[in-house]
Design a protein around this ligand. Structure first.
Ligand code: G6D
Length: 340
């Protein structure tokens, strides 16, 4: 395993490092300390290394958008209505950053942190102590985010925390994938999801607590189909694409919850997770002005697949419970099997 750590940029006068790993098959991942960002997923091709995820050239570009481009997301992925929730009988109010609601951990979420970072053996390790005083969530969290690259071409994302005081924790990664070597958007890619239902969302994209059937609708991916077929079938709704929370059906540990494939170049990414939801977001309104390094800014430039516990678990424990008590540890893992 080849490792590297180098200066990438600065943020608020602090160094932002780029850390990378290359395995025995010449597959590389790299990350940025800012946002514990997944910067590159490079596979070898006849034309040279191909990045399967989107990225920018400098930190200012990440700060200029609200796309959370390939950022680590936490304490809590998704939206918390009016930033309000309960743990037991305790009511909490956290900072809003999307109107009256809290999106992706609020204005001081994981994506805003310049993490302590090191690369050791086949792991890129990010650490940080997140405090209530900074992000307004209850309790403090000792957080370790680890990217592991294996010689089986797997990328493992491990989230480990120790809670000081009760809190909530439901992290994800906001990587946008595009498996095309040329400048195509994602409409030609195929997707299969282990999901027959999704959460109903209100006009602010807050879960209503109801579920909707995906089967035989443009949202259905139980059998592999192109993202374009789904997107074209949704042009009459305001979103003009998908930005939804898919509930994962019961499945074996070695069954992927999502498989994203290119129709011809043999490249695919299979996602494995034991949590009960995955957000599918098809970048529906990404304009031409975004300076991605490998793609022209365009609608549907990438597809985000964000494994997590269903966000409405924060108010409905029928969908899970991502609260932690004082002194409690928690670990989640998302695994990406890459084929090329
Ligand atoms: C939009 O609604 C979507 C979110 O799901 C996504 O995470 C974000 O853009 C980047 O707010």
């Amino acid at each position: 395993m080849i490792t590297n750590k180098e200066l990438f940029d600065t943020v608020n006068g602090q160094p932002v490092y780029k850390l990378s790993l290359t395995n025995a098959n010449n597959m590389t991942i790299s990350c940025l300390s800012y946002g514990a960002n997944w910067y590159e997923l490079l596979v070898p091709t006849a034309a040279g290394p191909q990045n399967l995820i989107l990225n920018f050239a400098k930190i200012a570009d990440y700060q200029a958008t609200n796309e959370y481009l390939n950022m680590s997301i936490g304490r809590v992925a998704g939206r918390i209505g009016q930033g309000q929730f309960k743990i037991g009988d305790h009511h909490y109010q956290v900072a809003a950053n999307e109107g009256r609601n809290t999106l992706h951990g609020g204005p001081h979420g994981f994506n805003q942190i310049n993490w302590d970072s090191e690369v050791v053996a086949n792991q890129i390790i990010f650490t940080h102590k997140i405090t209530n005083a900074v992000d307004s969530f209850p309790g403090d969290l000792d957080v370790t985010l680890t990217y592991t690259l294996t010689d089986d071409n797997q990328v493992l994302l491990d989230y480990n925390v120790l809670s000081h005081g009760e809190t909530v924790f439901n992290p994800t990664n906001h990587a946008y994938f595009n498996l095309n070597a040329d400048d195509k958007n994602i409409k030609n890619l195929t997707l299969r999801l282990k999901s027959s239902h999704r959460l109903a969302l209100d006009t602010e994209k807050i879960p209503t607590g109801q579920t909707l059937v995906n089967t035989d609708t443009p949202y259905g991916f139980e059998t592999q189909k192109t993202l374009g077929a789904a997107i074209d079938g949704l042009q009459t709704i305001p979103e003009k694409g998908i930005d939804d929370v898919y509930l994962i059906d019961r499945h074996a540990d070695n069954d992927p919850i999502a498989v994203l494939s290119h129709p011809t170049n043999h490249i695919s990414v299979s996602i494995f997770s034991q949590r009960n939801a995955i957000v599918l977001f098809t970048a529906n309104d990404f304009g031409p002005d975004q300076p991605y390094l490998t793609k022209t800014g365009q609608n549907y430039v990438g597809v985000a697949l964000e494994a997590q516990i269903a966000p409405n678990a924060i108010f409905d424990h029928d969908y899970g419970d991502f609260s932690l008590q004082d002194g409690e540890r928690q670990h989640y893992q998302t695994k990406y099997q890459v084929r090329f």
